[in-house]
Design a protein around this ligand. Structure first.
Ligand SMILES: *[C@@H]1O[C@H](CO)[C@@H](O)[C@H](O)[C@H]1NC(C)=O
Ligand SMILES: *[C@@H]1O[C@H](CO)[C@@H](O)[C@H](O)[C@H]1NC(C)=O
Length: 174
């Protein structure tokens, strides 16, 4: 005796079969990278959009908005291979200035991931030694990514406004 299935159920079954085949197995990618960050000077890689006339950045001012385009390198040295750019915005989002809201795309330029991006978003307790935000998505090789990223400032030079920030990313993706 033939079993009758509603046509819609058959389509749902086919859809899941095909989408599974297309997505494949979930992968985990972990990387340790370094943001080369200049928060001042002639070659600044972060500027304040809500800037003041004296040019000083007000990281602790509620509502202050920053735009950034930091080179991301493979090693801690500024001269080491560039693998991506960190492009996006930060907004000081806590009334007392302690937290900043991070919205950054990691735009890869290296051979392995060129054309792919990871999207980072979350609250960063900006004066903590280690900050953590979520990986909320990605494109290209990182489609449907989710995960987390930690930030730790390794060095900061007042005179040149130069900071090196270690960023570890763990992402699950297809
Ligand atoms: C800024 O960048 C220019 C062009 O790359 C370079 O010649 C100059 O030395 C840089 N200035 C500083 C202070 O790093
Ligand atoms: C980031 O990764 C490096 C290298 O594996 C490790 O030494 C460091 O402790 C990690 N940082 C955090 C905050 O987990």
């Amino acid at each position: 005796m033939a079993i009758k299935l509603p046509i819609s159920l058959i389509f749902i079954a086919l859809f899941f079969t095909f989408s599974n085949a297309e997505l494949g197995l979930i992968k985990e990618t972990k990387m340790t990278t370094y943001f080369q960050d200049y928060s001042g000077g002639p070659n600044a890689t972060v500027i304040e959009i809500t800037g003041q006339s004296n040019g000083l950045l007000s990281f602790t001012k509620f509502g202050a908005i920053f735009c950034t385009d930091d080179p991301i390198t493979e090693g801690v040295e500024e001269s080491s291979a560039q693998i991506a750019r960190a492009q996006g915005i930060y907004v000081t989002s806590a009334l007392d200035g302690s937290n900043t809201h991070v919205l950054i795309s990691i735009v890869f330029i290296n051979e392995e991931y060129k054309g792919s991006t990871l999207e980072l978003q979350g609250t960063s307790a900006q004066f903590e030694r280690v900050r953590e935000v979520a990986v909320v998505g990605g494109t290209g090789k990182f489609r449907l990514a989710r995960g987390y990223a930690t930030f730790e400032t390794l060095s900061y030079d007042h005179a040149s406004h130069y900071a090196v920030i270690q960023c570890n990313i763990t992402a699950l993706h297809y």
